[in-house]
Design a protein around this ligand. Structure first.
Ligand code: FES
Length: 102
């Protein structure tokens, strides 16, 4: 069952942050309208998305250039054909941390 996990403060990273939950890497992205989380592994050949280029809310896989919509995980460009999983996020007003439900 998914639970909220305290991850990091938005001021502690530039645009991307990686953390590990149950041996799975999860990527946190800071966009203009908030923070989002996806699995960190590209659905094509498992390259880390936190190392990709971010353009207009999309992340380009650093290995072969597949493009994923960060907010939804949808794949928008080949060679990947499957979306990446996304996770709910929130910023707790009391402690200022990003929480990810995973
Ligand atoms: S590993 Fe990401 S596009 Fe190939």
């Amino acid at each position: 069952m998914a639970r909220w996990h305290k991850v990091v403060k938005p001021t502690e990273f530039e645009r991307t942050y990686k953390f590990v939950h149950r041996r799975k890497e999860i990527a946190v992205f800071k966009l203009e309208d908030g923070v989002y989380a996806t699995e960190n592994s590209c659905s094509h050949e498992y390259s880390p998305l936190v190392e990709g280029m971010i353009v207009d809310g999309d992340v380009y896989c650093p290995k072969h250039g597949s493009r994923f919509e960060i907010r939804t995980g949808a794949v928008k460009d080949f060679p990947a054909t499957r979306p990446v999983r996304t996770f709910p996020t929130m910023i707790n007003e009391e402690d200022g941390y990003i929480y990810v439900k995973c």
